[in-house]
Design a protein around this ligand. Sequence first.
Ligand code: SF4
Length: 345
Amino acid sequence: MIEEFIKTHNLPNFRLKQFNQQFYKESIKNFGDLSTWPKDLRDKLATEVDFMDLELEKEYISKNKDTIKVLFRRKVDNQRIETVLMKHRDGRNTVCVSCMVGCPVNCTFCATGKMGFGGNLSAKEIVDQVMYFQRQLHEQDDKVTNIVFMGMGEPMLNLPEVEKSIEVFTNPDKLGMSSRRLTISTSGYVPQLKKLIDDGFKGRVAISLHAPNQELREKLMPVAKLFPLEKLIEALDDYVEITNKRISYEYVMIKDVNDLPEHANQLADLFEDRLAHINLIPYNPIAERDFQRTTNNHLREFTRILTKRKIHYTIRQTMGDDVNAACGQLADRANKKHQAKKISG
Ligand code: SF4
């Protein structure tokens, strides 16, 4: 990254400040626009450092234009990843970033999991995804307001690079976002989640839950065998006790699999005395699997039970499903399947 260039060339500290100001705050589009640096230094920078480590392959825009999905190619190995910008009606612009090529966790309902695992992204590649949209929005006098680590990959299995990218997002000299606007989602890697919290993460935590009992969770998410629901909830209770922060639980609703009244009641048993919010996400069908989206009737009955039992929930508005950009749909369909390195358990 830029720090290395500054160090190698023994440049004074103010050069880094100038760089950060123009790169992150003014969203320059190439190093030639770094007008606070002398031309020879800019040229040297452009020769030695890549402006982005990702190359744009394709942009897909949803019919109603509220969602943009971008296919990037990694310069380092030509593998592809996807990133999504969601423009919400309330003015939020949320970037859903990927932290891996594919994912080794292999949740049964997820297109990314079906790709297998192609490697971890670097912090720079994670930041590149956000800066791509930041530059685009800057031209419209707008900006990225929220970042969610809910794209390809399990953030807890690439924690060092994820944490470095968080530093860039929240450092007041760089992107300077409030950590409250960052959400990290995990399928439930308890030790890594504890480390993230111990390291001082102040953002929001979301748990991919998707089942209200251990047996069903194991069927849908192999990770549940490694970190059983009971242990996961125990660790999250500790987190809530220390931080007094509410945890979001993501629950993809799949017809006749996890969307029946018994599941709603089990979910209520789990959360009725807990500081929790359930995001109900109607399942987005993927070609790789024949699961179906919950029906309106099932959803109505499910939410009736949750309401009656005073469980906080939201039905997540589906965005970008016409361009395969919705939850669980991200996958590089152009590439042949990776050699999957799946977790054991
Ligand atoms: S849901 Fe998340 S953790 Fe599970 S396979 Fe998909 S990307 Fe990986």
